[in-house]
Design a protein around this ligand. Sequence first.
Ligand SMILES: C[S@@+](CC[C@H](N)C(=O)[O-])C[C@H]1O[C@@H](n2cnc3c(N)ncnc32)[C@H](O)[C@@H]1O
Length: 287
Amino acid sequence: MSPERRDRSVHGHGASLQVDESRIVEEAWNAVASRYKAYWSPRLRPYLERAVAAFHPAPPGPIAVPGCGPGEEVLLLLENFPDRSVIALDISIEMVALLKKDLRERGIGSVVATVGAAENLSAFVRQAAGVLSCFTLDLLPNPLAALTDWSRCLRAGGSIVILFWPRPRTGTPTARIQAAIQAKTGQGKLLWEARALEALPLFGLRLVRDERVQFEVPCETPQEYFQAMMDAGPLQMVARKFGADLLKECMKSWLVNHGLRRKGSTWTDLPEARLWLIERTDEELSH
Ligand SMILES: C[S@@+](CC[C@H](N)C(=O)[O-])C[C@H]1O[C@@H](n2cnc3c(N)ncnc32)[C@H](O)[C@@H]1O
């Protein structure tokens, strides 16, 4: 069996399990929303700036932002496209509330921020000029299904920018965290990138740019870093699924050999994100 298939097999759930999983996802992101905004949003801002800089939707029309979180990239988008309307979606009501608060405080009326599943974006927007997705596609149970749906949202000539965490290179702090979790839970990360690239033409899409983006992400201590992934980030889902105690065991084994680099009295990671610029090619494609 190929490693890709083997890794995917841990995601093979029945329908009712999927419902439970999506509830866990929603509750986990609700629980961490304000801490995500406080801890991760400033650290990830350089990545989001890079994604927004790569985004130049050619046709007129709205811009869709699935998995917008607290909405850092939405505010950045508005700086570049003050005349466009934006439809921002997140599965977490608390994340949407954070974005709405910012929009209200800034008197911005051109954004519709609403609770919704990224996989179902086309139910919220059609004839969009573009889709911008940051750090969400790799979290979805079926990234290819989401991509198909996003292609349906676009008008001819529209484009999609996707920023995501790819499979980390061996030896990096993230790879070591994933290995520690997989060793204790059997839960592996879904491998989907190669299949998604192969499938793009079937969705009327074409890859225009594929680049790796790295910035320093600082933390006071390695323990703080792991704890922030758990209390303020994506490991909250793992904690809810397998129990906080088990995740703390994972943290302990990761701390023995974490791979973070020392920087003065603090520590730093240099996580590698991947950025795809994709264009809608087929004007005749009808959905
Ligand atoms: C890592 S955060 C990224 C937030 C923001 N885009 C950023 O880059 O800072 C992932 C976000 O995806 C949202 N999310 C997870 N699954 C989702 C789904 N199926 N549909 C919509 N949003 C989802 C979470 O609620 C969370 O806000």
